[in-house]
Each structure stands twice: as structure tokens, then as C-alpha cells.
Design a protein around this ligand. Structure first.
Ligand SMILES: Cc1cc2nc3c(=O)[nH]c(=O)nc-3n(C[C@H](O)[C@H](O)[C@H](O)COP(=O)(O)OP(=O)(O)OC[C@H]3O[C@@H](n4cnc5c(N)ncnc54)[C@H](O)[C@@H]3O)c2cc1C
Length: 341
């Protein structure tokens, strides 16, 4: 970077929000000449995107039940279209098997999917009531690297942690890093995931009720180990728990806990493991064989994604609030941000 470079746009973040936004930006003919810098710091602010179960499902969500449900449906179809057109690395289409093992969970399934059927599958040790429908498993590393390879041709990347953003006298943004390096731009997009709070001061709603208190950081944890099983890949859901198998990686979970400094207690992870073992046809092993993976997510009010321009500092945008469905909702958010830029 030359000392006086002023980018058209700085994107802070290198998770799924930033990557899907960059994909859409450079697909858009109008934005082909944009000069873009991308800043992130995997050591100080590890991306949740690489610590995620990373599945995409329609989950039986019907149209017009809630604004969030409508967004989730729209996002699912955008993701599906993208996969069908571009065949990104790391995405596997599978039949998700969802079973319930008690009356309460079966009633939940019926409410969501309208009807359940008897499922006889080699994954389970006996026949169960449930549903089967197409879904996607994502190998986070392969998928993220594929996206990064595409965007890296068009962006200057910086490995920095931004601690301060301000507008200078000439009206340009100065993003100052913890090692005092400054990256200047005409516009800034924050795609900062769970670290969104650092810059939330730019997004106070000065006209309405303060939403700050409803923003949460939630840690999500799952168990992971490498194992060779006699199946290619699968996505099983037993009551509210998932067992995923992708590229010889077995993942079981997940559980959530409020706050950035806590992760699920091992005892809870062990209970999930034991519960799942009762119903599958193969050996899951012991908890000691698993790594415990925790990712930090930003949960915004009503679980909606946040895509807006700062009222107090025009030119500064945020794309946050990707919570449980980040791998599909990122497509919807990216479109919203592109319309605002
Ligand atoms: C256990 C678990 C299971 C999940 N399962 C699923 C699932 O099955 N399906 C699904 O769709 N979603 C799932 N999610 C949610 C999904 O992973 C997240 O919604 C998504 O990864 C969030 O992406 P993001 O880009 O917003 O944030 P992140 O991936 O966290 O990226 C944030 C980026 O911002 C950078 N950054 C932040 N602050 C700064 C700063 N000040 N300076 C420089 N860089 C900064 C970070 O370095 C990072 O690159 C799961 C999450 C967890 C934890």
C-alpha cells in the first residue's frame, strides 16, 4: 500500500459476511472498478465462520409466518442458487435425517414439517419417526479458501486489528490498527461478527428505543474428531442435536451459552454424546477423543441481520447479526448492503 492510498472501500472482517459481500460486490458490474482493502485479524478476533457446524437447511420454514422466517427462506434459495451456479469447494448436498425420540420432540417436528414418517435407515439402530429432506453440509475451511481465492484477486488484504475508526478533516475514514498502521478509505463496511460491539457506538438509533441491550454475544460449542466411517457423509438430527459427517470429520452438537468468555461445560457436551449414541448404528466413542470447538456469534435484536449505514457517521456501514444461519443469511445481507453502498 502506498502511503497516501485512499481506498473506495475498506471491509473489516474475513468471515462469511465479508466473503459473500465481496463475491457479490465484484459480480456487480457497477463495482468492478472499486478499490477495496480487507482487514482482519484471525489471532485477536478468530472468525466464527471457521468454528461453525456450517450446515444449510430450509428447516420446514413456511412462508409468511414471520419476517425472520421469510428472510431465512429467501436466504436459503440464494445460497442454493449460488451453489448450483458456481459449485464452490467444500459444499456437499445430503439428505438430512431428522428423528424424534419422544412425544414432545415429535410434536415439534409435526408443527414444523406438518407430517412425520417412519424412517428405516442404516444410520440408526432402529426405526424412528421423523422426516428426510435435502440440506447442505459445508467444510468451512475448503469453502472459505475457495471464496478467498476469488476475492483476493481484487482486494488488498491486511492482517491488522482495528481499534479506532474516525473521519479526518478531508472527509475520509482512517482505520487505525493496534500497531498504529492507518488504512484510509471513502467508505467502511464492518463485517465484524461477534466483535461488532467495539464499533456499536456508530449505530445508536438516536430516534427510537435503544436496541443496544438486546445485542448479545453467544458462544456455540460442538465436539469434533477425525474418523473413517462406512458412509460418505451424513447430516443426522436427533431431537435437538446434530451429528454431521463431512470429509472424515465427525461433529456432534451443539450447545450455546451467553457471553464471550464462557463455553459449554464438558458435562453438557458429554450428555449430548451419550444421548446420540443411544440411537445411531455406529460407535461415537468417548468424549476424551474429541476436540471441543467454540465459535463466538453476534445475536442482534429479534435474531435479525443488521445491514445499515450509520446515521451519525454516513459512509460507515455494518453487516452483522449473523447468528445461527450465517452461511445462508450472508447472501441476503450482502444484497442489502450492496443496495446501500
Ligand atoms: C457452534 C456453532 C454452530 C453453528 N452452526 C451453523 C450452521 O449450521 N449453519 C449456519 O449457517 N451458521 C452456523 N453458525 C453460525 C455461523 O457460523 C455464523 O453466523 C457466521 O460464521 C458469522 O460470520 P461473520 O462473518 O458474521 O463473523 P465471523 O466469521 O466471526 O467473522 C468476523 C471477522 O471480523 C474480523 N474482525 C472483527 N473485529 C475486527 C477488528 N476490530 N479488526 C480487524 N478484524 C476484525 C475477524 O477477524 C473475522 O475475520 C454456527 C455457529 C457456531 C458457533
Amino acid at each position: 500500500m502506498k502511503k497516501d492510498t485512499i481506498y473506495d472501500l475498506v471491509v473489516i472482517g474475513n468471515g462469511i459476511a465479508a466473503q459473500i459481500f465481496l463475491w457479490n460486490l465484484f459480480e456487480d458490474i457497477k463495482c468492478q472498478d472499486f478499490s477495496v482493502a480487507q482487514i482482519s485479524d484471525e489471532k485477536l478476533a478468530p472468525a466464527c465462520t471457521l468454528r461453525s457446524s456450517a450446515t444449510v437447511s430450509l428447516n420446514g420454514i413456511s412462508e409468511d409466518v414471520s419476517p425472520l422466517g421469510n428472510d431465512m427462506r429467501a436466504a436459503y434459495y440464494l445460497f442454493e442458487k449460488f451453489v448450483e451456479e458456481h459449485h464452490p469447494d467444500g459444499v456437499i448436498k445430503v439428505d438430512r435425517h431428522v428423528i424424534s425420540t419422544n412425544e414432545n420432540d415429535e410434536n415439534k417436528l409435526i408443527r414444523r414439517y406438518k407430517k412425520v414418517e417412519q424412517i428405516n435407515s442404516p444410520f440408526f439402530n432402529m426405526s424412528h419417526r421423523g422426516v428426510i429432506y435435502p440440506s447442505y453440509l459445508i467444510n468451512n475451511d475448503f469453502y472459505h479458501s475457495w471464496l478467498q481465492r476469488h476475492s483476493s484477486k481484487s482486494v488488498d488484504s491486511f492482517n491488522l486489528f482495528i481499534k479506532n475508526i474516525k473521519k479526518n478533516d478531508e472527509g475520509f475514514f482512517e482505520c487505525e490498527s493496534s500497531c498504529q498502521q492507518v488504512v484510509k478509505a471513502k467508505k467502511v463496511l464492518l463485517a465484524t461478527g461477534a466483535y461488532a460491539k467495539i464499533f456499536n457506538g456508530f449505530f445508536y438509533d438516536l430516534t427510537g428505543i435503544d436496541k443496544e441491550s438486546k445485542n448479545e454475544i453467544k458462544a456455540g460449542t460442538y465436539l469434533e474428531k477425525e474418523i473413517v466411517l462406512p458412509f460418505n457423509s451424513f447430516y443426522l438430527s436427533i431431537d435437538s442435536y446434530n451429528i454431521l459427517y463431512k470429509s472424515n470429520i465427525l461433529q456432534i452438537g451443539s450447545t450455546s451459552v451467553l457471553g464471550a468468555f464462557s463455553s459449554a461445560p464438558l458435562v453438557e457436551c458429554n450428555e449430548i454424546l451419550k444421548h446420540c449414541q443411544k440411537y445411531v448404528s455406529f460407535d461415537l466413542g468417548e468424549i476424551a477423543e474429541y476436540q471441543k470447538i467454540t465459535g463466538l456469534r453476534h445475536k442482534a435484536p429479534k435474531r435479525m441481520i443488521e445491514c445499515s449505514e450509520s446515521l451519525v457517521t454516513p459512509g460507515l456501514f455494518h453487516f452483522n447479526g449473523l447468528y445461527k444461519n450465517g452461511f445462508s443469511m450472508s447472501f441476503l445481507g450482502a444484497k442489502k448492503i450492496l443496495n446501500l453502498l
